[in-house]
Design a protein around this ligand. Structure first.
Ligand SMILES: C[S@@+](CC[C@H](N)C(=O)[O-])C[C@H]1O[C@@H](n2cnc3c(N)ncnc32)[C@H](O)[C@@H]1O
Length: 213
């Protein structure tokens, strides 16, 4: 899945991954992370998720990264904020307003210095958006730029031979392979996806909390 694939999805408004409401799993499990008001939360591959509205309403600082400028323009417009836009690096802009900073560009070109300190990561539909060949590098890069911040991670698991991703199936073994050396991993919930994925393929949604060792 390259930049062209995702930019085309946003141009054609084919954004079935975008939820029409705040993710109930975030509401249920974010307290597990014990963050205080004002904490800085990193949302990788953020799209225009309503979960960002929820964080802001709770007094969090949010920093995200997203390839599609269309997504980021819609995010700010839907929140009702006018961003200041700065060029941060070649092919990397930052849209900024109040407690919200969104980098527009490829996460793999986002450095720790640009990102700044973050206390937590919220990964919903980010790890699972990436094909297997990119995932270990993503996990490594995420830990590197965030200083191994704790994570609330939502993944999907299903028989990958039934349908192609994204979203891709990520197994328990995958999570332990990517993150097991650096984090204590706990699965908080596993729930069957109502109606299955893409025309009914049975799938399980898993919620993980990853605490640095
Ligand atoms: C499946 S969507 C999930 C969006 C959001 N997390 C949500 O829950 O609605 C994946 C998003 O990641 C973005 N994306 C894909 N690859 C990326 C990359 N390398 N760097 C930054 N964003 C990327 C896509 O444009 C897309 O909006």
């Amino acid at each position: 899945m390259d930049a062209q694939f995702w930019n085309m999805k946003w141009q054609k408004n084919q954004i079935g991954f975008h939820l029409a409401a705040v993710n109930p799993l975030l509401v249920k499990y974010f307290p597990v992370m014990g963050l205080k008001e004002g904490a800085r939360v990193f949302v990788p591959l953020c799209g225009k998720t309503l979960d960002i509205h929820w964080f802001l309403q709770r007094g969090m600082n949010v920093v995200g990264v997203e390839l599609s400028q269309i997504a980021v323009e819609q995010l700010f417009s839907e929140i009702g904020l006018t961003p200041q836009i700065s060029n941060m690096a070649p092919n990397m802009q930052c849209f900024k307003a109040k407690n919200l900073n969104i980098f527009v560009g490829d996460i793999f070109t986002l450095s720790r210095a640009l990102l700044g300190d973050v206390q937590a990561i919220y990964d919903r539909a980010a790890l699972v958006a990436l094909p297997p060949a990119m995932r270990a590098a993503y996990a490594e890069h995420l830990m590197d730029i965030s200083g191994k911040a704790e994570q609330l991670l939502v993944t999907l698991e299903y028989d990958q031979s039934c349908i192609a991703g994204p979203p891709f199936s990520v197994t328990r073994q995958d999570i332990h392979r990517y993150y097991g050396a650096e984090y204590t991993i706990n699965c908080l919930e596993s729930t069957a996806v109502t109606g299955g994925l893409k025309g009914g393929v049975p799938a399980t949604e898993n919620v993980w909390v990853l605490k640095p060792e």
